[in-house]
Ligand binder design. Structure first.
Ligand SMILES: [Zn+2]
Length: 313
């Protein structure tokens, strides 16, 4: 029941984005695809296990954020017998990525987007299979169970693999960067745009722990074995993010003032986190600069969405 962790070397960074290779008898499956630049590395890992692209049955994406699904089209082209397994809300973006590309371009800007992802091709509809909540895939006798896990994204699922006693958590079980673990476990939630929901995120964390899996394989980055401890670190942070959303929602701030407020509050949250963990250095801030920025943007997006739903948008 081998699980191979592949370091995608995403944007040139080590241990920042992981993808996973599962082997079952003579067959293989990939979980997560990082971006197109990582695909040759994934095929190399397959080759190192003595397997060919023809032996890949599944390419599984936890959600369509492009550090998870950006390489899916290229990987599917390379693996002619593979079916893409995706959340119902993710599948449509894999088949027609135009809207996804537009919204990611809005987050990153055109230049950075092109550098990070190149072009994102559509995946033929007949190669995509939707997995429902709690649906079990029978992979030649090995069962993979799909858990819809909202909170980070509405198109997110996790994959429970009882055979390897593991759960593949995408972005639903936070970020645990190996380089920040030297002073004890350091985990933080990702609240990046556009679907953040604190209560749903907490439920998803609990659902992951409740699988009873021994290892959670995070996309950012690698396997963690102390699931209860990770959950205990994520919960209070999610509460605080939720409180920031509520405070901004209830205030009379509008437009850019919402963004500024959320950015300030998220920066303060990170500062407290760094202090509590004894990692308050320029180095840590550099490592987490993109996450701080994305979390701030995601909180502001959550406020605006909540206003819109309440008829105040
Ligand atoms: Zn994500």
């Amino acid at each position: 029941m081998t699980v191979t962790t592949i370091d995608a070397k995403y944007l040139g960074h080590a241990e920042f984005v992981s993808t996973y290779l599962l082997q079952h008898g003579e067959r293989a499956a990939f979980i997560e695809t990082a971006n197109a630049a990582a695909v040759p590395r994934m095929l190399e890992a397959l080759n190192e296990q003595g397997m060919s692209p023809e032996q890949v049955d599944y390419v599984i994406i936890t959600h369509v954020h492009l550090d998870h699904a950006g390489g899916a089209a290229d990987l599917m082209k390379a693996c002619p017998n593979a079916t893409l397994l995706a959340h119902p809300n993710a599948a449509k973006h894999a088949i027609d990525p135009s809207k996804l590309v537009r919204s990611a371009t809005a987050v990153y800007g055109e230049t950075l987007f092109a550098e990070m992802y190149g072009t994102i091709d559509p995946i033929p509809e007949d190669r995509v299979r939707i997995m429902g909540d709690d649906e079990v895939l029978d992979w030649n006798g090995r069962e993979l169970r799909f858990l819809h896990t909202r909170g980070h994204a509405n198109h997110h699922f996790c994959i429970h693999d009882p055979a390897s006693r593991s759960v593949f958590t995408g972005d639903a079980f936070g970020l645990v960067y190996p380089r920040l673990q030297d002073r004890g476990l350091f985990a933080l939630p990702s609240t990046s745009p556009t679907d953040f929901d604190a209560a749903a995120a907490k439920d998803s964390v609990d659902r992951i722990v409740a699988t009873g899996a021994e290892t959670a394989y995070l996309t950012h980055s690698g396997g963690v074995t102390d699931l209860a401890e990770v959950a205990a670190l994520l919960h209070p942070q999610l509460d605080r993010y939720g409180a920031i959303v509520e405070e901004a929602f209830a205030s009379d701030r509008e437009g850019d003032a919402i963004d500024a407020f959320c950015r300030e509050q998220v920066d303060a949250l990170f500062s407290d986190l760094f202090k509590a963990h004894g990692v308050d250095s320029a180095n840590t801030r550099t490592t987490l600069a993109m996450d701080m920025n994305l979390n701030g943007q995601g909180i502001a997006a959550a406020v605006k969405k909540k206003r819109f739903k309440a008829g105040r948008g």
